[in-house]
Design a protein. Sequence first.
Length: 96
Amino acid sequence: MTATPLARLTATRRRIYAVLIAQPKRHWTVRTLADALSAHASVKENAVRDTVNLLLAQRLMEQVPHHRGLTVALTAGGEQALTVALRRDTRPEGGH
C-alpha cells in the first residue's frame, strides 16, 4: 500500500478525512459526504469524489454492497491511516 492519497494533505483533504474518521462506521455517498462538509464552502463535490476514488484505489475505503449508487465506508485500516495522517499533519487549518 502506498501513501499517495495521504502524502499531500491539503486543507480540503484534511476536512474530508476529519469528517470520515468522526463517523468511521458510516456508509457514505459522494453526496452525503459533500453535504456533511457543506459548512466548508471551499470543499467542492469534485474534490470529494476525487478523494473517495483515491481512498478506494488504496483500499482505505470499500464499496458497500447492495446499494443502487456508489456507497462507501472506511476500512479498519483506512480509519487508522487517516487518523495517523491527520495527527502527523502539523499545518494550521487554513494551510495548503
